[in-house]
Design a protein around this ligand. Sequence first.
Ligand SMILES: Cc1ncc(COP(=O)(O)O)c(C=O)c1O
Length: 459
Amino acid sequence: MPTEPSPTSPHVAGMQRFWTPAGELPLARVSRAEGLYVWDTTGRRYIDATSGPVAVNLGHANPRVLRALQDQAASVCFAYPTAFESESNVRLTARLTEQAGMGLDCAFFVSSGSEAVEKCLQFARRHAIATGQGTRFKVISRNPSYHGSTRTMMALSADPGYAALLPQGQTGIHVPAPWSYRTPDGLDPSSYANQCAEALRERIQAEVPESVLAFILEPVMGFCGGADYASAAYYRRVREICNEFGVLLIYDETISGAGRTGKFLAAHWWPGAEPDLVTLAKGIGGGYCPLAAFLAPSRMVDAVTTAGGFHLGHTHKGHPLACAVGLAVLEETLGQGLIARANDVGVYLRSALESLRGEIPILGNVRGLGMLNAIEIVADPATKAMLPRSIDVIGRIQALAREDGLLFYGRRTHGGRFGDFLMVTPPLIATPADLDAMVAGIRQALRRFTAELPPGVLP
Ligand SMILES: Cc1ncc(COP(=O)(O)O)c(C=O)c1O
């Protein structure tokens, strides 16, 4: 019989059973959260440097969002969208698409980023069939990338660590993602980005262009690439290539959307490279409710509805409570001017992180856009050599930071082949003083991590 979980029990219980080997201690149990802080049941306080997994953009316990949650819950939590229209869904669609612009005036709401990308690709395929382009079914993605954890998303994501979980015979079609830090053959970042764009062109040609449905990318990379992004020329060239071959361009803005980069969508940074479809998740629900979406223009939606409609469902699609939360999160984000502010505080944060360079010998690179930032940890900043892959760099730094009350979400993707990045993505409400406290915690964790490295690892 499973034992009853108790706050003092040494047994791992609940979901943690799925990832913690027997004999290890359970995580501290959460008790409450407010603003940037989370407390456990022993009264210990933690400051959150990554907004959970880049979701809690407004911090915790925002009064406006809590009020919206309570009001909506008191009237109606659930109504299936094929049975009833719901006001929160209609209002959120209008507000969100107004912010997105670029002709993206329809929104399909689901519960997670993985579902949003999945639904977006299914919609793209339906659109191809509806418009006489039924030969188009292939989706090209980038390596590295991360688009979620359903089996199709894992195939898109190109991480060899997922190979064993892919549906039989399924692999993705990948082209390189441009880097700014560790470019091959010492190329400067824009020449390499140009090569990456041309690799897309070649790949579309090699696949037979009429079979290619879409190209999907994270405009600013998340956990797979530590907040790296390319110059405007890359996105514009990718747009041209997609136009040339009639391939849809999809931006997965699960992480980069909802104001995180200092624009409502990262796509807004690169006029002339507008995507056809966009996915959003994480920050649009702010962690208060599971909420994600894909956005599409009326012209595509009309083509699909005329041909029979897009009925594929999830029980919680367009969930009234989640939409009410999404609306309050958006109004609060706009009302507090947090999107424009993300630029200023992001500049402040990167400069504070840069200032660690003199005293932290493993700090390789500081990069990011707005409040979507990362630092790259290396063995030697002069050569950009990585630390041995046998060292769980991110896991260990996370553990050390946590001991000192600083929370980081992160994971090593692609087996560390592309580097070790520590995401620094605080809630958008963080003040310069809050950021100073986080950077002090990062300094302390990196010092402790450096001190425990085995001899000979650093030059
Ligand atoms: C770019 C990107 N797409 C999709 C996902 C999947 O989102 P979810 O975890 O909500 O399914 C993530 C999650 O980190 C992501 O970073």
